[in-house]
Design a protein around this ligand. Structure first.
Ligand SMILES: Cc1cc2nc3c(=O)[nH]c(=O)nc-3n(C[C@H](O)[C@H](O)[C@H](O)COP(=O)(O)OP(=O)(O)OC[C@H]3O[C@@H](n4cnc5c(N)ncnc54)[C@H](O)[C@@H]3O)c2cc1C
Ligand code: FES
Ligand code: FES
Length: 485
């Protein structure tokens, strides 16, 4: 049973485990303002807002793609759709601004765009901040419009605060209590444990159940391949999997255990403070809707060769903490990816947390993602590199790549070619040659094997230039030097 609020009204529905929020809205409830475009999280036509109580008890709304959000995750939440925003003739500022700026033509994308603007408006209410181009791009980057053009839509975003604030009062109504889950009926098909102890119990009872966090990978199995799930364990409510705890490992490294269910949006401030390059990558991972729901745990467990965060975490020497029927265990991320989509997770095990080390003294991280589009696109090749300089010599070099093998993988031979050497042209030439032995990439729609080989080698050349620039502090000199070779 799902207990939730829909546009200010309490609702109680039954649904199969694989039902999406979009199906629940359109097919079960007959609430059809929210549209289906791609059914894969790409177009944003189905964008809705989901309100969850924040630490102060006030509801915080985030945008989500209804087509790939599990309906059961609405339990205890407040769902807002475009159908509920206007009260009689009084339009919400997001709607009024879209009308005033002529932000809609055929109208197919419009409900989704209005809901992205609605969440932006809510965020501005709670924490006013300048609407920079970056913020606007982030808010709207997950919404495609094939006919209006984006300028009028952008104008609407910039001007909506000037419209009368007809904000429905029910937006602040408390979400209903989540249906009782601690001791779910034995035949429940969508389990929502709230503590590690409950999660362990669920895993023990149902070791073959599918786990879901944000659903931004898993739900594509239902919308694209029509998969049916017998039983699902939702990890998003497990308190321990939502925590970020400072810690020191046995080897003396400081850092944070980041809960596997922490979303990208929640992780962003920590990365912005400590890892510029990683934070920048996050801005290019999926769309705002995807980052609001996608998790680090899901990205790692999904084990895609083109997942964005695994190469970064490999280059940082990350570790995983796993939970399962036989208790907890830890292992280096290096030992997690076994083969294409095959990991070291045993039956009934889940990722509890990911260790993100604090940057070591003198350590630099660079991450470069190559994809066809800047916004909302998966990598063709991604390179993540860490190193430090000691008396002009490269130390602790870790080079990890995505898109170059069946798993995210370190370039062991290229690393060896650089470790303990000066960062000069000959060391990097050897490293680029070694890459050919490290990887035999494949051709697919994102890039041919040749493109991948050349791009990966070029990323190493870029790394050489970046290091040389930092060492000489003279970009012009470095570029001249580069072209001379
Ligand atoms: C439009 C769109 C754009 C995207 N863009 C990018 C991109 O640019 N870069 C990128 O890397 N990815 C991208 N993705 C993929 C996806 O968003 C990420 O992989 C995300 O991190 C998955 O996290 P999730 O919480 O949604 O995982 P889910 O879909 O919930 O789960 C993914 C897999 O992990 C398993 N799982 C989840 N949590 C755990 C756990 N705690 N322990 C064990 N197993 C677990 C699930 O069973 C499932 O097999 C995109 C997806 C979409 C739809
Ligand atoms: S229908 Fe396209 S993102 Fe959901
Ligand atoms: S108005 Fe037609 S797709 Fe945007």
């Amino acid at each position: 049973m799902i207990d939730f609020m829909l546009n200010g009204q309490p609702r109680r529905c039954e649904a199969t485990p694989e039902t999406s929020v979009l199906e629940l809205l359109r097919e079960t409830l007959g609430v059809t303002g929210t549209k289906e475009g791609c059914a894969s999280g790409d177009c944003g036509a189905c964008t809705v807002a989901i309100g969850e109580p924040g630490p102060d008890g006030e509801l915080r709304y985030h945008s989500a793609n209804a087509c790939i959000t599990p309906a059961h995750q609405l339990n205890g939440r407040h769902l807002v759709t475009v159908d509920g925003l206007a009260e009689g003739e009084a339009l919400h500022p997001a709607q009024a601004a879209m009308v005033a700026c002529h932000g809609s033509q055929c109208g197919f994308c419009t409900p989704g765009i209005v809901m992205s603007l609605f969440t932006l408006h809510e965020q501005q209410r709670q924490a006013p901040a300048p609407l920079t181009p970056q913020r606007l791009e982030a808010a709207l980057g997950g919404n495609l419009c094939r006919c209006t053009g984006y300028r009028p839509i952008r104008d609407a975003a910039m001007t909506m605060s000037a419209h009368p604030d007809h904000r429905p009062l029910w937006l602040d109504a408390a979400a209903p209590k989540q249906g009782e889950q601690a001791d779910p009926p034995a035949d429940a098909t969508f389990l929502q444990p709230t503590s590690l102890a409950e999660l362990n119990e669920c895993l023990k009872r149902h070791p073959r159940a599918r786990l879901v966090a944000g659903g931004t990978d898993l739900w594509l199995e239902t919308t694209q391949r029509l998969a049916r799930f017998e039983r699902i364990i939702d990890v998003t409510r497990v308190a321990e999997l939502n925590a970020v705890d400072e810690a020191t490992l046995k080897d003396g490294r400081h850092g944070w255990w980041v809960g596997a269910a922490v979303t990208y949006s929640r992780l962003e401030p920590l990365l912005e403070e400590h890892y510029d390059a990683f934070a920048h990558l996050l801005h290019r991972l999926g769309s705002q809707q995807v980052r609001n729901r996608g998790t680090l745990g899901g990205n790692i467990a999904n084990a895609s060769p083109i997942g964005d965060t695994p190469p970064v975490l490999l280059s940082l020497g990350s570790r995983l903490r796993l939970v399962g029927p036989e208790g907890e265990r830890e292992l280096p991320l290096d030992e997690f990816f076994l083969d294409y989509k095959r990991t070291a997770l045993r039956e009934g095990e889940a990722i509890r947390a990911i260790f993100l080390p604090r940057p070591a003294a003198g350590q630099t991280l660079k991450v470069w993602k190559l994809s066809k589009r800047r916004e909302d696109d998966i990598s063709a090749v991604l390179g993540a590199f860490t190193w430090r300089m000691e008396d002009g010599i490269l130390r602790d070099v870790r080079l990890a790549f995505g898109g170059m093998a069946a798993t995210p993988k370190r370039a062991a031979r290229a690393e060896a070619a650089l470790e303990g050497h000066a960062p000069d042209a000959s060391a990097f030439l050897a490293a680029r040659e070694a890459l050919a032995e490290d990887f035999q990439p494949m051709s697919d729609v994102r890039g041919s094997a040749d493109y991948r080989r050349l791009s990966a080698a070029n990323l190493l050349e870029r790394l050489r230039l970046v290091i040389a620039q930092a060492e000489t502090d003279s970009p012009r000199e470095v570029m001249l030097h580069a072209y001379a070779h």
